[in-house]
Every structure is written in structure tokens, then in C-alpha cells.
Design a protein around this ligand. Structure first.
Ligand SMILES: [Zn+2]
Length: 303
């Protein structure tokens, strides 16, 4: 059996393995106060934090049917009602199930809420929205009621929930840090195996800010990281991801300095990749093009 969980810490009572992660039908407890549900369809996570009076859910996947199932299961297992819902960023695979938490305090950065309101989605977001609006007549996008800039904190009896806006992946991208349990939920500021390539194709993203965001996450010295996608990981992965993003930036800066064009970019195959990921060509293509425009714009401003 392949051990997917790279953290080997005494306070982690339940470990993910390839088997239970892919076929998990129940919630998995990660630390004393944090549970995770692995959403197979998006290789992503819904995370749950147990507070004194109720539960805090982080992200909701792409479908209210999934988040409803996870909410019911968590309430049953932990024995507390859902009280809060935090949206890390506006992308469909994190925010489209959020209506299930309409009776809770829904929290997001102001920027995330504005992008949701503007329906400023990627191609996959637009397609999913169309599908959901057709299939589920009561589907709606939520408007978070608690909006913050920079940071928002919830102080519970023995637990501090620090929600920090770091931007980078998208404008408004936020992480959730629980210092007492040395755990950080990163949204898509971090991805992990098997989704080793972070997506930097969002029109509101900022690749240079992303590097700073990764450095800020490292400064928190987390022992456990629940990434936006892929296996639960640890601080070592931050450095790997930073290196990869830097490699992409350096490659693209050089490509633009050598007067490379967008057409040439399509056919070039020495673009840095951690490994070839099947069925992710459009994901890489959109990321690459966006990076091209972003760096080109930056260079024009510098001139
Ligand atoms: Zn995502």
C-alpha cells in the first residue's frame, strides 16, 4: 500500500493512504480538531474544523450535492452543527457548493466575493456553472456575508482560526492557519501529488505575489498542509513548489527577452514541468499563456 501522507507526526491519528484517499466514503480525522474529506472528482479537499459550538467548513467543491453530503456526514460524526464556511478563492472547484452553507456565517476576502459576483471564472468554471444551472434549478452562487481584507480571526476557546489573504493564485486567495495544531489549509496557493502543477492561468492572478505567498506560508512553520489539490503534505512541498514557479518565471522571462512569440510558445516543449501530467494539456496551455502576457506586461512597464 502506498503511503500518501508524508507527515509522520505523533499527533496525526489517522493517516491517508492511496487506498482510503481515493475510495474514502467517510471523513478522515487529521488532527484533534481538523477533519478532511477528499473529493475524488477534483482531487481536492473540503476541510472541517471543530470549534466549541460548531463546525467551520473550508471550501465546498464544485457541486452543492457533494458539499451537502459532506456537511451532513461531518455534523453526524462530530456531533456539532455547521456554523461557519470559509471560501479560499472564487474558483468553481472551491466555491460552487457553497449554497449548502447559506444558514452559516460565510466568510471570504472582499476580492473573492467581488470576483464571484462578477462571475469572473475560468473556462472550466463557466462550463460547470452552465451545467449546474441546467441540472439544479435551485443552484445559486453565494455572496459571503463576512468580508475581510488582509486578515480575519476567529478566537475559539482553545483554537485560533487565522484567515489570511495572500493573493497570487487569484486576487483574494486566502489561507486558513490554525497555529495550535500547526496546520494550514492553502486553497490553490499550493498543490501536491498528483496535481504537481499549480494553475496560474487566472486573469486576476499575480505570479510574483504567489512567490511571496509561499514564503509567508513557510514562515508559519506548518507541520501539516492541506493543499488545494493532491495529497496532504508538509513544509518541504512549499520549497518544491516555489522552485517550480521560479523556474517557470525564469524560463518565460528569457523566452520574452529572446523575442519569443505566443505562436512559438504553443509548440515549444522545453517549458518547465515537474512531470508530464496526463489530460492536463489545456491547464498547462492556459497557465503558460497567462504567464507570457503577465511577464510581457511587466517588462513593458519596466521599459
Ligand atoms: Zn482548485
Amino acid at each position: 500500500m502506498i503511503q500518501l501522507f508524508v507527515c509522520d507526526l505523533p499527533h496525526i491519528k489517522y493517516k491517508y493512504t492511496a487506498e482510503n484517499i481515493l475510495f474514502m466514503t467517510a471523513l478522515t480525522q487529521i488532527t484533534d480538531s481538523v477533519w478532511g474529506y477528499y473529493v475524488e472528482e477534483i482531487i481536492g479537499h473540503i476541510s472541517i474544523i471543530k470549534l466549541k459550538e460548531g463546525l467551520l467548513f473550508i471550501d465546498s467543491s464544485f457541486n452543492p450535492k457533494i458539499s451537502a453530503k459532506v456537511r451532513a456526514k461531518a455534523e453526524e460524526i462530530v456531533g456539532l452543527p455547521a456554523n461557519y464556511h470559509v471560501i479560499t478563492h472564487h474558483h468553481f472547484d472551491h466555491a460552487f457548493g457553497s449554497q449548502v452553507f447559506s444558514d452559516c456565517e460565510i466568510i471570504s476576502s472582499k476580492a473573492t466575493s467581488e470576483l464571484l459576483k462578477k462571475r469572473d471564472f475560468t473556462i472550466w468554471g463557466k462550463n460547470t456553472l452552465e451545467m449546474l444551472e441546467k441540472e439544479q434549478p435551485d443552484f445559486k452562487l453565494v455572496s459571503p456575508a463576512i468580508l475581510f481584507e488582509n486578515e480575519y480571526r476567529i478566537q475559539d476557546d482553545n483554537l485560533t482560526i487565522c484567515i489570511k489573504q495572500l493573493d497570487g493564485h487569484t486576487l483574494g486567495s486566502s489561507i486558513i492557519h490554525v497555529p495550535e495544531e500547526k496546520i494550514v489549509v492553502t486553497g490553490d496557493l499550493m498543490c501536491s501529488v498528483p496535481i504537481v502543477l499549480p494553475f496560474y492561468g487566472d486573469s486576476s492572478g499575480d505570479i510574483y505575489q504567489w512567490i511571496k505567498a509561499l514564503e509567508e506560508i513557510a514562515l508559519l512553520s506548518p507541520e501539516i498542509i492541506i493543499p488545494g489539490h493532491g495529497e496532504i503534505t508538509n513544509i518541504k512541498r512549499i520549497e518544491e513548489q516555489k522552485k517550480h514557479v521560479m523556474k517557470c518565471i525564469n524560463w518565460m522571462e528569457e523566452f520574452i527577452e529572446n523575442k519569443g512569440t505566443l505562436n512559438e510558445l504553443e509548440s515549444i516543449d522545453d517549458y518547465p514541468q515537474v512531470e508530464k501530467v496526463p489530460d492536463m494539456e489545456s491547464f498547462v496551455k492556459i497557465s503558460k499563456e497567462r504567464l507570457y502576457y503577465e511577464i510581457k506586461r511587466k517588462k513593458e512597464i519596466e521599459i
